[in-house]
Design a protein around this ligand. Structure first.
Ligand SMILES: [Zn+2]
Length: 60
């Protein structure tokens, strides 16, 4: 597993999220552990290296 730290798009607190580095394209909806708003997360891995990470407000 790959732990990635990013800022919540709602409250701007730094939070972490665990990604599976063996899956090349991933999308999740995860509630922020600080403000509880739903965050849409997309991640792309290339040879187990994280190449793209996006965290945005759900529905944006
Ligand atoms: Zn938040």
């Amino acid at each position: 597993m790959y732990e990635h730290f990013f800022q919540c798009p709602y409250c701007w607190e730094e939070i972490s999220f665990l990604l599976d580095s063996s899956v090349s394209n991933q999308t999740y909806v995860e509630d922020c552990e600080v403000c509880c708003n739903p965050i849409e997360i997309s991640a792309h891995f290339n040879d187990r290296e994280l190449t793209v990470f996006e965290a945005r407000e759900l529905g944006q």
